[in-house]
Design a protein around this ligand. Structure first.
Ligand code: HEC
Length: 258
């Protein structure tokens, strides 16, 4: 399970290392055109390609944080206008090329449909983090494609001490990593996480105190509450893998939210 260990390592900061992103005209960086497979609109059956215009992410991060963002174990947290928070290991920006897009190359509206969250025509600006997924095939999911980005923060593992499980439990450590990746984008746990939906995730999970009900909710919220904007857990993963991920998340939340 190297993937889970990888997920569990990086984390966030609410420290001096926070920066609001300035308007596009102020970077003094060249605007580049890049074609990507748009993960929000693509599915395993249908690939949608879009050309965006934007600034190389590594150069933007250099401007915001200086070279410190490349320190091992550091991660970057990006906050969207809508309260959504994405945490991405700094290492990924050195392995894969990314851009902060500011417009579409064809002049169409800078917006995207997000069917997995039941939302159409979602505005992407001021900044939309896009990845070189055509030239460097890799994960095709939308989790690292942060949109409406207004703020960035540097994060170190120490910032997460309060919600980290004991390191000798592999299942709890995996559950923590998955919760970080799949849930704390929108929910806060012990003061850490996104601000898309109010309330502490440990308490919300206690509201569904039967594990089977919580699992049904995590795997398919729309089946429980029609039209909800909470998305189903990673629909690009295999069904049995989704089940295991949900079990690990539930195990961790029951542990931490007692
Ligand atoms: C894209 C944002 C988003 C993500 C990601 C997300 N949630 Fe939610 N969650 C919501 C919203 C919005 C609601 C309120 C849903 C509603 O009332 O329709 C919610 C509600 C909940 C509730 C309360 C349900 C109830 O009926 O009381 C729980 C528990 C919950 N989420 C757990 C999770 C877990 C666990 C994860 C990770 C697997 C997760 N959420 C990921 C947005 C999100």
């Amino acid at each position: 399970m190297t993937r889970a260990l990888w997920l569990a390592s990086p984390l966030l900061a609410l420290s001096a290392h926070a920066a609001e992103l300035p308007p596009a005209g102020q970077w003094g960086l060249p605007e580049e055109t890049v074609e990507v497979i748009e993960p929000h609109e693509s599915s395993p059956e249908r690939e949608v390609r879009i050309r965006y215009r934007g600034f190389a992410a590594a150069a933007v991060l250099d401007r915001l944080f200086g070279p410190g963002w490349k320190t091992p174990d550091t991660a970057l947290a990006f906050f969207g206008r809508d309260g959504y928070r994405s945490v991405i290991p700094a290492r990924r920006f050195q392995e894969n090329k990314a851009w902060f897009a500011v417009s579409r190359d064809d002049g169409a509206a800078f917006a995207v449909d997000n069917p997995r969250q039941n939302q159409q025509n979602v505005p992407l600006g001021p900044y939309y983090l896009i990845w070189n997924n055509l030239a460097q095939p890799g994960p095709k999911s939308e989790y690292d494609w942060a949109y409406q980005v207004v703020r960035a923060e540097l994060a170190t593992p120490a910032d997460y001490a309060s919600i980290r499980p004991p390191s000798n439990s592999r299942e709890l450590t995996e559950g923590f990593g998955y919760t970080e990746k799949y849930c704390l984008t929108c929910h806060k746990l012990g003061g850490i996480g996104g601000e898309k939906f109010a309330g502490d995730l440990g308490a919300l999970a206690r509201g569904l105190n039967n594990d089977a009900d919580l699992k049904s909710w995590i795997l398919a919220p729309s089946k429980v509450r029609n039209g909800t904007t909470m998305p189903p857990l990673d629909t690009l993963a295999a069904e049995n893998e989704r089940g295991v991920i949900a079990d690990r998340i539930i195990g961790y939340l029951r542990f931490i939210g007692r």
